[in-house]
Structures are given as structure tokens and as C-alpha cells.
Design a protein around this ligand. Sequence first.
Ligand code: GLN
Length: 309
Amino acid sequence: MACRDGQTLSALVEKARKLSFEGKVANYIPALQKESPDHLSCAIAYPEGDCFSAGDINKKFTLQSISKIITLALVLMDYGPERVFHRVGMEPTGDPFNSIIKLETSSKAKPLNPMINAGALAVTSMIKGSSAEEKVDYIMNFVKKLTNEPEIDYCEEVAISEFTTSFLNRSLCFYMKGDGVIHGNVEEIMEVYTKQCAIRLNCLQLARVGLVFAMDGRNPLTDEQVMPKEVARICKTFMVTCGMYNASGEFAIRIGIPAKSGVSGGIMGSVPGRMGIGIFGPALNEVGNSHTGLKLLELLQEKYDLSMF
Ligand code: GLN
């Protein structure tokens, strides 16, 4: 069964929105704290081209950690899994997404997986291009293909806000650089990373990205194979094992779909062969996942049996 009725979706969004007071908008990136905690929007995109949405779907938000799955797909395409997994592991973690502890305590500062900040920074260090600008353009062109939108940009204010305050991410880079896990200029890696995190979409565009992964890398709107099936498969597997940070196990049990969240309050879902989901709800829980977004996904799972397990 699928949700093909905007009214029902609106009712579920309103029900989940009532819990926004239990969450908190991220403030460690100063520009993010301007968002209103009770915003909640959702879009569901289907392979046939139809789409259902609720809430203010014109509202744009920054991808933050959701961008990690996009850059991972790019480097997997450019270098192949073996070279990527030489730099970054495949194992989930019980530590927070920005933790440095595993880099310090393992014999080599190889990040556990590409969905935590250390792993994502290692992935970003591999993005092709001869300057930060070229690398950011390369990522944005890929997002244009995924969304089928010619006008994708990033939010300069959020990018600068993170770039100027992100001392912990810089530390992760220096640790990895010290152990030869990443090469290159840390400031340039930080510039590309903060800009990729600041790419902004609305929930409908995000649902379309989720749909491409759900359809094994094919964009059903253009019929273009945007990435090989194998790359989409690896990305979806990481979404299941690590996509919701150190709450990925609970998410697999409660909802059971490949998903990736970001501290802006975005969640991208990819229900294999069925649909892409884009949610924006900036009220976060203590792990950094959208509190209202999770509630909404739980309601959708109960009603439409989304779980793949
Ligand atoms: N830009 C954010 C950071 O590096 C992304 C983290 C997130 O969304 N969890 O802290």
C-alpha cells in the first residue's frame, strides 16, 4: 500500500507537528538556529512521476549530513569501492556523529564509516576538481541530475557560519591527515564540506533524490541511470546501518527503511522499488535526528507498512 492521498498525509503531518515542543533546533552551527521548531513538511515521490506532499513544501533547508550520501555515491563512481574503503570503513558506531574518540583510539585514524563526520570529510577529500569551487560545482551538478532541477544552490550564510565555527571538524581532518588517511589542504576540504552541507533543497526535491536511490540509481523522471545499481546498493546499505547516526538500530526496528538525516532537520528516505521521501522538521532529538520527522515516519510506517524487514 502507498500513501496516494494528500489529505491523509496532511493529517499525519499535523499529528507529528504537535510534538515539535519536545525537540530542539540545532544551534552549534549558529545560522541553523533561526529555523522555527514547529515547521514540518513532507513529500513522497513515486516512480510513476506522481508526488504527494503536506506542509510548506516550498520551504528550503540545507542538506547537512544528507549530503554525505551524495558525495559517497560520487567517489564510489569515480574510484570504485576498493579505493574508497581503503580510506573509510564500513562499520556502524555507537558514538555521536562528530566524535573524535575512535580516530584517537584506533591504531590508524581510519574513520569507521562514511556517514559520520570523520568519514564524510575523508570522502570529501577525494572529490574531483582542481579547486574548491570546481569540487563544489561537481557535487552540485550531480544534485541537479538527482533532482532533475537546473537551479540548485547552496546557502552562503549557513556555509560561512559552519566554516567559521567548525573547529571539531578541522580537528578530525588534522587527525586523519597526521595518519596519512587524507591528503590535501584542510581548509580547502573544510570549504568544500561546509558548502556541500549547505546545499539547499525543498522536501519535494529531496524526495526525488531518495527516489533515485530507491530505484537502483535510475532517475524515473528522465529515465537516466544516474549511478550504477551497485553504487545505489552500497549507499542504501549505509543508510540502513549508519544513516540515522547512533540511533540507526532503533530506526531500523521502528521504521525499517534506508534513510539519511541531517542536523538541519531533513530526512531523506528511500523505500526500495517503491518511493522516495523528503521530510523537513527542524526540531531535533538528542541524537540530532528530526524528532517530528521520526514521528511522521513512524505514523507512515504503521499506516502503509513501509518497513523492508
Ligand atoms: N555540517 C554538519 C557538521 O559537520 C553536518 C552534521 C549533521 O548533519 N549531522 O557538523
